[in-house]
Design a protein around this ligand. Structure first.
Ligand code: TTP
Ligand code: MG
Length: 202
């Protein structure tokens, strides 16, 4: 599908936790490395779950990365030779990243990003809807619901093994100890407002 196009576009890999987003990003990066492309991989400093200057997936696949606290720092690490910019966990950067990746794609850079489309409440994660709208290609991955085995599209946050509350802060770094992949039916949030409760009866 890319063959007839000039380089320069945005690819988003999204979905819940445990869907293999990082692995998919690394797979795409690896293929480009074999092709000797000039690639820079970024990761927000906020996620310190794994090695500091590496992007690491659950299956321990890894590649060198630049940690950035602000989206603007991307410009400090790219130059005219850069063919590809990849960003893991993009949802943790500031919203300016949306304009920046658009600018990079205009400058004929292939941009590959991965991130959560929804937060633990099941609501769109900050600027991710904007990014999905401007991307040329979107890959929405699913995990497997730990409760029922259906495809999981949501991330369950657990606090003391109980579902987190709707009012809790959005950012809470972690993995197995605080999060699980769940399907729509098994996903639970305490005190989540239900706006359509009175309109729809099933
Ligand atoms: P991800 O890389 O999306 O999770 P993952 O590595 O399990 O998924 P994948 O295999 O698909 O790459 O990292 C998500 C991070 O975001 C993790 O540190 C927990 C955090 N997080 C929040 O801070 N708030 C939230 O609402 C959710 C759902 C996750
Ligand atoms: Mg990941």
């Amino acid at each position: 599908m890319y063959l007839n196009q000039k380089p320069g576009w945005i690819e988003v890999i999204c979905g819940p936790m445990f869907a293999g987003k990082t692995e998919e990003l690394l797979r795409r990066v690896r293929r480009l490395e074999y092709a000797k492309k000039n690639i820079v991989v970024f990761k927000p400093t906020i996620d310190d779950r794994y090695a500091n200057n590496e992007v690491v997936s659950h299956n321990n696949s890894r590649t060198k990365s630049v940690n950035i606290a602000y989206a603007r720092q991307i410009f400090d690490y790219i130059n005219k030779e850069t063919d590809v910019v990849a960003i893991d966990e993009i949802q943790f950067l500031d919203e300016e990243v949306v304009k920046i990746v658009d600018f990079l794609a205009e400058r004929k850079i292939r941009v590959i990003v991965s991130g959560l489309d929804k937060d633990f409440r099941g609501e769109p994660f900050s600027f991710m809807p904007k990014l999905l709208a401007i991307a040329e290609y979107v890959t929405k991955l699913t995990a497997i619901c730990v409760k029922c085995g259906r495809p999981a599209t949501r991330t369950q946050r657990l606090v003391d093994k109980k579902p987190a509350r709707y009012q809790d802060p959005i950012v809470l770094i972690g993995a197995e100890e605080s999060y699980e992949a769940r399907c729509r039916r098994c996903h639970k949030v305490y005190r989540k407002p239900r706006p359509y409760k009175n309109e729809i009866t099933t």
